[in-house]
Design a protein around this ligand. Structure first.
Ligand code: FE2
Length: 140
């Protein structure tokens, strides 16, 4: 994994208004895109899933991930959590990739994401935002 020095100061900037995404590269044939995301402490994505696979690694700080399943009754149930520290690499592949990513650490978090689509054409990797009630409690 590279460090945050591969990014410009502008790309590393954490916006007080919300987490930010920067498209670094879109492969001309649409096969994949490279995106960086920057979270200030406490910032989080909405609960969402994706149109394509993603591999992502943390290059600064720590990112907490909550994974969910969608029940037949329309409620979300938390299916697990992960703490991804600097240097950790993980991935996801739809379907069943409903999650939320949050910077629960004290410093700005930055991650690199590779998505299997052309983000410059799609605008986003997000398939759907889930604004649904969540069952309390963790599995088990
Ligand atoms: Fe995501």
């Amino acid at each position: 994994m590279p460090g945050p020095e591969i990014l410009t100061a502008e790309q590393r900037y954490g916006d007080p208004a919300g987490y930010r995404c920067h498209l670094l590269h879109a492969e001309p044939d649409g096969a994949f895109s490279v995106v960086t995301m920057v979270w200030r402490p406490g910032q989080a994505t909405p609960i969402h899933d994706h149109v394509t696979w993603c591999v992502f690694g943390v290059i600064q700080g720590t990112e907490n991930e909550e994974r969910y399943t969608l029940r037949d009754d329309g409620w979300l149930k938390q299916a697990g959590t992960a703490v991804n520290a600097t240097g950790d690499v993980t991935g996801l592949a739809p379907p069943g990739d409903i999650h939320r990513v949050r910077n629960a650490g004290p410093q700005t978090a930055i991650s690199l994401h590779i998505y299997g689509t052309d983000i410059s054409r799609m605008g986003s990797s997000v398939r759907r935002i889930y604004d649904l009630p969540i069952l309390a409690g963790l599995p088990g």
